[in-house]
Ligand binder design. Structure first.
Ligand code: FBP
Length: 245
């Protein structure tokens, strides 16, 4: 069993984009994982999300920031229905220092059964070791006309709950009147907002405020933090909002 004090609320810093999007998200500085680790340490985020290769090479056990290892991944190099498959197992993630594991499910894709089945196996294994499991629940594919529609985001929340996820990471919906319904749809599964493409500080903070006051437990954000001019101040501001709402 893992001795786990993993926080299921707060702010997680995501840095799994290099494989998923290609290095186009990075500049001269953020292309180095060291710069992100430095941000995570200085700002004392509640967790850092990495893929196994980055984690093994750069994450230092005992650095004070809990690690989430993302267990499946895909590239942006092929087109067609989305499929992200397992590239790391739970035991390997624990050996690297993980306090929690993550997995993306693209429900609605032609391949959703592959991901649901893998998620089910991972959830069982991770829970045997006492590790929380986070589902990146992103309905996507040609069957999904609008992946930010509130009913689709609520469906994504429900899938995570029914599959036994401890935490679900969801896109911010394009209609903010259904945020509470989205949280209710997740039952006891904690809900985190994903960051999305970098937007203005004001708009992002407004979204954080809205979701937290509707019952979300936190944010798991990447680009809106490390693409900003002052990532540490951004994180502090987000944390203040989470604490004050
Ligand atoms: P961002 O805050 O940068 O959007 O990161 C959140 C995240 O879920 C990452 O973990 C992941 O790499 C990325 O978004 C996937 O984005 P998308 O599914 O929109 O391509």
């Amino acid at each position: 069993m893992v001795n786990n004090k993993f926080k299921t609320e707060g702010i997680y810093l995501a840095y799994d984009h290099g494989m998923e999007h290609g290095p186009k998200d990075f500049d001269e500085k953020t292309v180095s994982p060291l710069s992100i680790i430095e941000i995570a340490e200085k700002a004392e985020v509640d967790a850092l999300v990495l893929l196994k290769g980055t984690a093994r090479a750069y994450y230092k056990k005992g650095m004070g920031v809990p690690l989430i290892v993302k267990l499946n991944q895909k590239t942006n190099l092929r087109s067609g229905e989305p499929l992200s498959t397992q590239v790391c197992n739970v035991k390997e993630a624990i050996d690297i220092g993980a306090s929690a594991v993550g997995y993306t499910v693209y429900a609605g894709s032609e391949y959703e059964q592959v991901m649901l089945q893998e998620f089910g196996r991972i959830e069982e294994e991770a829970h045997k070791y006492g590790l929380p499991v986070i589902m990146w629940s992103y309905p996507r594919g040609k069957a999904i006309a609008d992946d930010e529609a509130p009913e689709i985001v609520a469906y994504a929340a429900r899938i995570a709950m029914e599959m036994g996820a401890d935490i679900v990471k969801l896109k911010y919906p394009n209609d903010n009147s259904k945020l509470k319904w989205i949280v209710e749809s997740a039952g006891k599964t904690k809900v985190f907002m994903a960051g999305g493409k970098a937007t203005t500080d004001e708009e992002f903070e407004k979204h954080v405020e809205e979701v937290i006051s509707s019952g979300f437990s936190g944010v798991a954000v990447g680009r809106n933090v490390w693409q900003s001019n002052d990532p540490i101040t951004r994180i502090k501001k987000i944390r203040e909002i989470i604490k004050s709402v």
